[in-house]
Design a binder for this molecule. Structure first.
Ligand code: ZN
Length: 176
């Protein structure tokens, strides 16, 4: 199912996306467009008026940062704000994830997280159908060095959920 094409930097010059690192251009064209759309117009990017839980994640390998603001009603994630900076893959992953998990309960979110992490560790696997735009990131599994960019938001969300289950607060993570 995965289509795979090598792209040259010529594409970046033609389209003006020269700010995007080369490795992110080595993805299927349709998937690359989805990733760049989320990168340039991130969803749920605004801070929440009042956040129950704030979780921060940092990926020192790439310099990606993500701050996740979360509100819960019982086991349901009622609202999410994802603020960050870093490479297109890390920021697009957070944006795609925010669309997918908002309004879902913790058990559903854990299931989706497991599916996403499995997709990121099996380069030749088929993307699960319920991951929405995150399917666009399946090609990243072929770049071991970039998998942490794609999973940072999910690890940070898991920290936030764990914090919610312990009691409200702030939690920070640094990938190693
Ligand atoms: Zn990155």
């Amino acid at each position: 199912k995965t289509k795979w094409t090598r792209w040259s930097m010529g594409w970046a010059r033609r389209t003006g996306y020269s700010d995007v690192p080369q490795s992110e251009l080595e993805l299927d064209e349709l998937y690359r467009e989805i990733i760049l759309d989320h990168y340039k117009s991130p969803r749920h990017h605004a801070p929440l008026a009042q956040a129950h839980v704030v979780a921060e994640g940092y990926n020192p390998v790439c310099g990606d940062e993500v701050e996740m603001q979360l509100n819960f009603a019982g086991d349901t994630l009622t609202d999410i704000g994802v603020i960050g900076r870093g490479c297109a893959i890390s920021q697009a992953s957070g944006s795609m994830m925010s669309e997918l998990v908002r309004g879902k309960d913790i058990a559903e979110i854990r299931h989706l997280s497991d599916e996403f992490k499995q997709m990121m560790t099996e380069p030749d696997g088929t993307a699960p159908e319920d991951l929405g735009d995150l399917e666009a990131l399946q090609g990243v599994a072929k770049f071991a060095a970039r998998v942490k960019c794609a999973t940072l938001a999910w690890h940070t969300l898991a920290d936030g959920i764990a914090q919610h289950e312990k009691g409200d607060g702030v939690v920070r993570r640094e990938e190693s």
